[in-house]
Design a protein. Sequence first.
Length: 572
Amino acid sequence: MTRFDKSKLPSRHVSVGPERAPHRSYYYAMGLSEEEIGRPFVGIASAGNDSAPCNTTLDAQADAARIGVNEAGGMPRRFNTITVTDGIAMGHQGMKASLVSRDCIADSVELSMRGHCYDALIGFAGCDKSLPGMMMAMLRLNVPSIFVYGGSILPGRFEDKDVTVVDVFEAVGGFAAGNCPIARLSALEKVACPGHGACGGQYTANTMACVGEAIGLSLPNSNMAPAPYGSRADIAIAAGKQIMTLIERNLRPRDICTREAFENAARIVAATGGSTNAALHLPAMANECGVKFDLFDMAEIFKTTPYIADLKPGGKYVAKDMHDAGGVYMVMKTLFDAGFIHGDCMTVSGKTLAENIDEITWNPDQKVIYEVKNPITPTGGVVGLKGSLAPDGAIVKVAGMKKLQFRGPARVFDCEEDAFKVVEERGIVPGCVIVIRYEGPKGGPGMREMLSTTAALYGLGLGEQVALITDGRFSGATRGFCIGHVGPEAAEGGPIALVEDGDMIAIDAEAGTIDLEVDAATLAARREKWVPRRTDYQSGAIWKFAQTVGPARLGAVTHPGAAGETHVFADI
């Protein structure tokens, strides 16, 4: 007798009863037996494609998950979704598609799950926005779900040191400055990315992979194994088996992702010096399940979290090194022992976080993860800011930075291309604050990342000598005094829209402030003259995104989330 009662599962709508004979005929056409049609249907969503090495192993891993599902009594149904890979979209108009793709991924997974009435979901993702997109879909649908990261790339080797794609971006600036011959740039680009997997540092993909484990949606210590490792297939098979246990127990994502679980996730972002993009994605995930958790909630957690993982771009090591050191759970072990982690949060393992952590033995010989009692710095690698320039908040990654205050005159640009051109032509002087605006969620549209510009500044030797402020975003690979997510954004008439060349801007990442030193009367006069801008995107997916997207502080979400629900898919 089966241990699954299909009369209570969504797939009954496409597989049970005489009236579903036409539906079953399709399954027979695909070679399924009557017994197999009677099993729970498990959607296996893959963001696999040939667009970049981040995604090239995902389909094979998703296929491995079929084995586990079958062995544990389920019926796997694989489907694919898109990815926009930031490393390739970076530095041109293609980056406007990046954040939009997060919501498109969540929407497409939702629609496939709804349309085919699948009972559970295993999601495989590899590149930046596909990770939160997949987890957003899980929280939205609330069927038993497991998130699996495709794994990071191994580090490249150049001039006797480990390198990543960020070294290539920064070498472009070096070339512009005359410090990097074209032959050296060409040699570097050929070895920086040696194979399959997502960018190796603690950039957005690896940050959100850590979030997957910390928040409880991924199997313990499953996400840091690099993409080329054979263990990735074993992890996929284990996920396939475990998803059937979750169906049996009816353990759902919203049972796991409580307010305390989001706090745990934010701790891990700060402790690892993770990507500032997490401050966009965690609120968006929270929106899907009705948890109140915005940029300011994250900022409060960041203030009290020690920075303990020495990872690039602010530190020395890459994801492979973190895996070898013991993975995400090694970070969580020292945080938990020091009282920074809520241990009673449930996870997809079927055990609490504390129970999982109890199985971990601290490794005193590794050099990547510091103990809380001896942190790299006493507060987190990511800081929230607020002030007259950003009443709705902003965010900066301070991991690896020595100087946490900056004050200087503004140099204003209304798009990234204009700023990058001036940087490349060496028109930026030390001491200034570069302002790139009209790049927010609505104003871009799409809230582009600025890695090309920030990396070029480092290549020119200006990385520590200027600050950069934007209502857009930064790559998780960005380093330096770079402040993103400034809100309200320029397109909404926020203070950043009123800044003029020469205005003094003061930033204090220790105090958490960001202020425009212009008197109220002057700003009021400028506001009278301000006119909203019309973008070049007046149709298509990017236009649709701009019509409904909300502020960065709340995750740049495009729908009401759980607050607007009248039903949850899992209960249809």
